[in-house]
Design a protein around this ligand. Sequence first.
Ligand SMILES: Nc1ncnc2c1ncn2[C@@H]1O[C@H](COP(=O)(O)OP(=O)(O)OP(=O)(O)O)[C@@H](O)[C@H]1O
Ligand SMILES: O=P(O)(O)OC[C@@]1(O)O[C@H](CO)[C@@H](O)[C@@H]1O
Length: 305
Amino acid sequence: MIYTCTLNPSVDYVVHVKEFDLGGLNRTSFDTKHPGGKGINVSRVLHRLGLESTALGYTGGFTGQYIKDILEQEGTKTAFVEVNEDTRINIKLKADEETEINGQGPTLTEENLQELYQQFSSLEEGDFVVLAGSIPSSAPKDIYVTLTKLAREKGARVVVDTSGKDLLDIVKEGPFFIKPNHHELGELFDVSIQTAEEAVPYARKLMDMGAENVIVSMAEQGSLLVTKDNVYRANVPKGELKNSVGAGDSLVAGFLASYVKDGDFAKALQVGAATGSATAFSIELCTKDHMESLLPQIHVTGMDE
Ligand SMILES: Nc1ncnc2c1ncn2[C@@H]1O[C@H](COP(=O)(O)OP(=O)(O)OP(=O)(O)O)[C@@H](O)[C@H]1O
Ligand SMILES: O=P(O)(O)OC[C@@]1(O)O[C@H](CO)[C@@H](O)[C@@H]1O
């Protein structure tokens, strides 16, 4: 079974304005809302690719109810812990540039935390758990370390997509893969990473510390996957950028969907890259048809270290 865990889900309120007037009254040319949060995006894309998953994490209030309703209507199972405050609303402003305003999220109580830990103690050998997104300020800073430990004790494989130096402690617990983007990877080591070649030694450092595999996403520069034996590089297809929000989550979902079926790293990177770009070229998250139409343009090549 695949589980995703989003500690801080969101309703993403996407507003398009022709020209953004800071300090003035702006009216949207198009607006939409949908369930958000990194693990939730992974679950929604997995579903579109034909894979079942259960979405875990915390939801609360009318916004939390909205997320559960949509996921269940779409056919994704949910087992969220209910919290007292409302799930946050994140604003995604699309004008000449993309601007994001992400909320803080509700307060988690000790009881809420214990409930999630309890759920993790029911994981089984062969399960995958995707831990993705920011950690609410009321949760322990090392909660991903705790959750990774709990999952590993049960024999589950863990995928982590989060930013910040906590990742350096999480990797010690042996996640199956982590997916920083190149800026996040650089921040971990206080360096600036601009190219795939520069990224590889830092991905290797994370593997020396305990991560089994590392995917580095590089937006329009594509992505790379570092495994014990190989380094693979994937390009991006031709297309018009419409929305980069959720592209990274889509890469994770596509990679996982392919890997659990075939166990083939190069193929999984190809599918992941196509899924990431399909979302970048869509108003919302991608469809399976869109992903498949881009696949022939994605070339995965081996890279020397
Ligand atoms: N402008 C783009 N053109 C084509 N493909 C893109 C573009 N942006 C992203 N992608 C694809 O999606 C993948 C993930 O994107 P990115 O590196 O921006 O992830 P991220 O920083 O985790 O994004 P987010 O947090 O917004 O989901 C890239 O590796 C690439 O394959
Ligand atoms: O505040 P976090 O948890 O870091 O990121 C949350 C978020 O920006 O990430 C997703 C895209 O990856 C969006 O759906 C959501 O709004």
